[in-house]
Design a protein around this ligand. Sequence first.
Ligand code: COA
Length: 445
Amino acid sequence: MSDAEETIRQALANTQIKDVTRENSRKPTHKFWETQPVPQIGDEPPLEDGWIEPSKPREEVRQEPYPLPNEFEWTTVDITDPVQNKEVHDLLSLHYVEDINASIRFKYSAEFIRWALTPPGFFPQWHVGVRVSANKKLVAFISGVPMSLRVRGKEIAASEVNYICIHKKLRSKRLAPVLIKEVTRQINLQGIFQAIYTAGAVIPTPISVCQYYHRPLNVPKLLAVGFTSVPRNSTVARMTRIHKLPDATTLKVRPMEEKDVDSVAELFARYMERFDMAPLMTLAEIRHNFLSGQGSGSGPGRQPDQVTWTYVVENPKTHKISDFFSFYYLPSTVLRSAHDLIEAGYLYYYATDVAFQDGAEADGRLKSRLQTLIGDALIIAHRAKMDVFNAITLMDNVPILNDLKFGAGDGYLNFYLYNWRTAKLAGMEDEGEVKAGKGIGVVML
Ligand SMILES: CC(C)(COP(=O)(O)OP(=O)(O)OC[C@H]1O[C@@H](n2cnc3c(N)ncnc32)[C@H](O)[C@@H]1OP(=O)(O)O)[C@@H](O)C(=O)NCCC(=O)NCCS
């Protein structure tokens, strides 16, 4: 080898070493998640769907709680007790999820938390808290609720894990892994070994990612609190005019009632077959999710304590429910003026029997019906004094968002499965032949 060749070889070797070093320094390490039964970053897509670790008999599940630092203790939060319900509400109100600019923070109401954590068959032990031993102050929380989940062709008894929250003063002390392990242990003790969860954070390894979209309902308010701004080529008046909604709904919708439960359940089950991953709901779950959160009182607008709205379209001849939509109420605190709340509605589940007509998707009939149906949801949300209506790129949302005047937000939601392998599901982007959104039929609260 000549000197010149040797110099070049050395230079190349050095570049490779540098590349590898740069690669290593760029790759985030996940000291906790690397130890968990989740797909690891860089794993090939699985040849077959299934568990990563086998289920264990109850007696082989760890029987004692994980150790906490000395000054803390575990607590099972009784969310049906108003005092403890309020403690969780207060913790989340001050310490839960903020947007990337730390300008707004979710403010789940106490009624919402209670509703979300008490579906049929819930386990009180899955509502795990951490208190300061000295004064019993609640400083951390994590929860799970049971659900039946279909992922592609397989049905799984799973837990939906949500609301992990650690007091701001206790962050970055590796408490989150202990909370996650403890709720997992409680879930395992009930014979459940899979979970679904979502996060803005990217950890090993998302099965899908969806993007948030926002549909302004009260433009002046959203401008006043800084949630949105006037684009250079527009004006407040123009923005307000563009987003103005009619007073009356297009379809003959009415609030769902007890007598609709069977019909909604049937429509829902059939409609959800359209998506690769979806919940399977019993009649009791349909009743809980769509009926029980309507608050006290009746009439249009928003009732005291109302957390969900479900409206149906009844076929006048068969009295079957042909369509329904639901949304939930989740305000956010505006952090630079602690009094201001952004009143937000979030699109929950919906279905229409137009999807079952031959060719309805290909010729645009389904899209057109959904646009009308979700357009009516916007009108009901506006009447209920919401400032904005949010949706993410799942189910059949993607094709209708633009026409309904939703704008893309800067938030993303990653979907995860614990102890289950499956190939990527279509969220904000197509996956192979599957169109965006169609992979995900689970709306997390
Ligand atoms: C999310 C939160 C509980 C994490 O706690 P923390 O004090 O920041 O982190 P800790 O030092 O205790 O633990 C870090 C580990 O938890 C993981 N982690 C962080 N956020 C997580 C989340 N949302 N879900 C699962 N794991 C998470 C980290 O990836 C890290 O593990 P790794 O080393 O394997 O990557 C805390 O930041 C918080 O309460 N944030 C506000 C509420 C919130 O965002 N909740 C999550 C909603 S999805």
